[in-house]
Ligand binder design. Sequence first.
Ligand code: ZN
Length: 199
Amino acid sequence: MAQGSDDIQALIALMARLPGLGPRSARRIVLQLVRKRSQHMTQLAQLLDRVAINSRECTICGNITDRDECAICTDPARATGEICVVQDVADLWALERGQAFKGRYHVLGGTLSALDEIGPDELGIPALIARIHGENISEVILALNATVDGQTTAHYIADALVDSDISVTGLAQGVPIGGELDYLDDGTISAALRARRRL
Ligand code: ZN
């Protein structure tokens, strides 16, 4: 096993555990990084260090940011009265790539799941409802995955807002069943958002 040093071996093993990579991809990436270390490696190491130290969740919406409150929550132009509820930060990023939504977000961090004993409190749904009432929100868009748990969560939130004047909508049909937003192309996400329907 004379493949580089022990540290290089450890780096390959770590890289191979990342999503989308396996041992072969990890070896190729590490070899390329070592060969081009003056170009990429130092910068990569510095960025990893900074991101590791500074990354945190936005205290308002749950987006990943390097401040207490993210750039979307602090942008006055995004106070449109619309709030889009997503399951994961990856979904928020997918919607931002589509550039079709101009309001603000709320990241649940999961879905209700009887099997995994994840209830409304674990997902912070009471805090979400309080946020919706506190921010003068006129429309809540539930951009949750088309899985059973995703739809159960959507209906739970819609029920909690049923006695208010707030319009509750969901993404249009066309989002594949069980599909996650992050896997859709930007045009499909934008189209699903534009053609949203009342729940
Ligand atoms: Zn935020």
